[in-house]
Design a binder for this molecule. Structure first.
Ligand code: SF4
Length: 278
């Protein structure tokens, strides 16, 4: 089994998004019952980063709801990144702030950001069935800019939303042009407010993982949202199929397994963890 890396995330601005992504509880269109707030205080984000570091995360992803990076929020994000870097210089910071311009990405990098997460979500032909408020091509463009400015690119997608194998192949073809360092694989988490049914199973998830591992031997294949739903505490099956990263802790609007439960599995199977400290 490959050595794995652990990543943690925090939702720093939640809900009220004008996007209509059918898989997302943060969209204003679906009225999902989630916690909504404008900005999480920096002190709280620093505390969460400290906890993530303590449970072995080597990466920490700051996520804002919204289609694109609002230029007015840039100074706040820069300050946040600088504070976190000062407190935890070894923790890799990843930003996930939506569609962005080159200058904004350069500013974030200057502040200390190492990577940018910007998922293509699905194939260019299936994407319009999931989202109509913005275009797949705009997302692709931002992912290209991430590479251009020298940030690491985290880019993957969401599965089990009605797409089929041709969409996976199309998505792989697009991602090959971007060569992401990390590919997060999310498995749709149903919610009664969302207009989508789950179409994934464990077998399907294993097939997706193997396919992406084969296509991207050098990238980290990260099991992200929906891992617990698909595998329960048997997520080692996903690692055996080729994944080499997991999100530890909670997701954006849903809880994840407690870190000690993941560590129990890590120890039980003797999985090696990059930069492990616990
Ligand atoms: S743009 Fe992002 S936050 Fe907004 S609805 Fe889509 S996935 Fe959710």
């Amino acid at each position: 089994m490959r050595e794995i890396c652990l990543c943690s995330l925090t939702n720093i601005r939640s809900g009220s998004c004008k996007g209509d992504c059918k898989f997302c509880t943060q969209s204003i269109y679906w009225g999902a019952k989630i916690e909504r707030y404008r900005w999480k205080p920096i002190s709280q984000i620093v505390e969460e980063a400290e906890r993530a570091w303590e449970v072995g995360a080597s990466g920490f992803c700051l996520v804002t709801s919204g289609i694109e990076l609002d230029p007015h929020s840039l100074p706040r994000l820069q300050k946040m990144i600088e504070s976190l870097k000062k407190r935890l210089p070894q923790l890799k910071l990843i930003g996930c702030f939506g569609i962005a311009e080159k200058r904004e990405l350069e500013e974030l990098k200057k502040a200390g950001l190492s990577a940018y997460n910007h998922n293509l979500e699905s194939s260019p032909s299936f994407y319009p069935r999931l989202v109509t408020t913005h275009r797949w091509e705009e997302r692709f463009k931002t992912a290209q800019l991430v590479k251009e400015v020298g940030l690491e690119l985290f880019s993957g997608g969401i599965f089990g939303v009605g797409e089929d194998k041709r969409d996976w192949e199309e998505m792989i073809k697009a991602l090959k042009k971007l060569d992401p360092e990390v590919i997060p694989l999310n498995f749709f988490i149903p919610n009664p407010a969302l207009p989508l049914e789950r179409t994934h199973s464990k077998e399907m998830a294993l097939e997706v993982i193997s396919l992406f591992r084969e296509a991207f031997p050098q990238s980290v294949i990260m099991l992200a949202g929906g891992r617990e739903l698909v595998f329960g505490d048997k997520w080692v099956e996903g690692i055996k199929a080729g994944a080499d990263g997991i999100i530890i802790g909670n997701y954006l609007t849903t809880g994840g397994d407690a870190p000690h439960k993941d560590w129990k599995v890590i120890r039980q199977y003797g999985i090696r963890v990059k930069n492990a400290r616990s």
